[in-house]
Design a protein around this ligand. Structure first.
Ligand SMILES: Cc1cc2nc3c(=O)[nH]c(=O)nc-3n(C[C@H](O)[C@H](O)[C@H](O)COP(=O)(O)OP(=O)(O)OC[C@H]3O[C@@H](n4cnc5c(N)ncnc54)[C@H](O)[C@@H]3O)c2cc1C
Length: 394
């Protein structure tokens, strides 16, 4: 919730205005996807620039291509400015199982170069093995501007930074209703209400039915994670000698990294509709052991599931419902950088510069086929096609 107070120039690179801001959080800071994700600071948005080029045109692709690295830059700046201890480390590796995957990566490198990014290095099997020690892959691509970090510590550190500059956070305050039509919008909780000049809705996959107008725009999807017991320096470093984060390029992908205390943090799986599988360890352990037979039978200390918000086009959305109520959501599994970029873009719009907001707002969005009732089933069936394609290496 924003109420403008006064303006001043920030550190020069970021001229900013100062607002009185109140955050209303249903659980506690970092309870959502931001505190429980894989910690992969991946540049780009899920849809990929080729899809955006095809669906939304050259101008949209050029625009988005010009800012996909910005979320990572914002994270690095915040971590440094507010000295957030979240084990931020550089490097992100995309891995390929098949020659078809390698072709995808080659095309991605060409496209990203076209839009001004020259930070990607293709890796053949041998070069990849030096960075990620698994026999499963035939190659990959390194993005030197990617990174990884401890997500909950980043979220908590950002919350502390927010409070240090005057922000107020109300936790354990689920919003049950939003009056977004009023000129001065308001949010209502069981214990009280807040009205403000501007409201931003960013409950993303966890917003549920609180704002009926947003329900058809995104679908909650769950993904799961497991964390091993500490492996020790030697074994940990032998698995990922580069200490970078890794994700493969399949439709339903595995993503993993080492923690600072050398645990393997391994994610994967997708359940459309956002339900949690009965046994997360049973679901993920076989994938982990297939990639790293060295970890057969390893102790799993933690396992969890969480929801991200998927949009039908895999392009995140921002917009307005009512004159003074904005929303941002639908990062489709790439929200670590996406949510930071969108936060900044919305801040610009609220502060009067709508140049970038206007482009995002106009990007087309579509409801999921099957409506609320059947969208999860439709998407599951659709994903089978992509899984088949990945399995046979098309
Ligand atoms: C297991 C998992 C792994 C992931 N891994 C990665 C990754 O490695 N890299 C990557 O880029 N992305 C990843 N993602 C996606 C990424 O975490 C999200 O896209 C991103 O964190 C979304 O941030 P957000 O602030 O929009 O939403 P969230 O972090 O989900 O925050 C939304 C908050 O809103 C609150 N809220 C919702 N409704 C209400 C209400 N009615 N009233 C009050 N508060 C409410 C919730 O309690 C929650 O705290 C992953 C997601 C999951 C679940």
């Amino acid at each position: 919730m924003f109420t403008k107070q006064k303006s001043y120039a920030g550190d020069g690179s970021y001229p900013i205005s100062y607002y009185g801001v109140v955050a209303v959080e249903g659980a506690h800071v970092g309870w959502g996807a931001s505190g429980r994700n894989g910690g992969q600071v991946v540049n780009g948005i899920n849809a990929g620039l080729s899809t955006i080029q095809r669906r939304c045109g050259e101008d949209a692709a050029r625009f988005i291509g010009g800012l996909v690295q910005e979320g990572g830059k914002i994270i690095r700046r915040l971590v440094s400015q507010y000295q957030i201890e979240c084990d931020l480390k550089p490097g992100n590796i995309y891995t390929a199982y098949t020659p078809a995957h390698m072709k995808e990566l080659e095309a991605k490198q060409v496209l990203w170069r076209k839009y001004g990014m020259d930070d990607h290095q293709l890796l053949d099997r041998g070069a990849l093995r030096k960075l990620v020690n698994s026999e499963a892959y035939c190659g990959g691509m390194l993005d030197t501007t990617g990174a990884h970090m401890h997500p909950l510590n980043l979220a908590l550190g950002e919350a502390r930074a927010f409070e240090s500059i005057g922000g107020t956070i109300y936790e354990q305050s689920p919003v049950t209703r939003v009056d977004h039509e009023a000129a001065r919008p308001a949010v209502y909780t069981e214990r009280g209400e807040v009205s403000a000049r501007i409201v931003v809705l960013c409950g993303n996959a966890y917003l549920g039915d609180a704002v009926p107008k947003l329900v058809s725009r995104v679908m909650p999807v769950s993904t799961q994670m497991i964390t091993t017991a500490p492996l020790g320096e030697e074994l940990g470093n032998s698995l990922i000698p580069s200490d970078m984060c890794v994700e493969d390029v399949r439709y339903i992908l595995d993503y993993f990294r080492l923690s600072a205390d050398k645990r393997m943090i391994f994610g994967g799986g997708t359940v459309y509709g956002g339900t949690d599988p009965a046994d997360v360890i049973a679901k993920l352990r076989p994938n982990l052991e297939k990639l790293f037979p060295q970890l057969k039978g390893v102790t799993i200390d933690y396992a969890w599931s969480g929801n991200f918000a998927l949009s039908f086009t895999r392009v995140p959305q921002m917009g307005r419902i009512g004159t003074n109520t904005y929303f941002a959501h639908g990062y489709s599994g790439h929200g670590v950088t996406g949510s930071h970029l969108f936060g900044r873009t919305l801040a610009e719009a609220i502060d009067g510069d709508t140049t970038r907001y206007d482009v995002f707002e106009k990007l087309p969005w579509y409801p999921f086929p099957g409506g609320r009732m059947f969208r999860a089933q439709y998407s599951t069936i659709g994903s089978w096609w992509y899984m088949l394609r990945d399995a046979v290496g098309w």
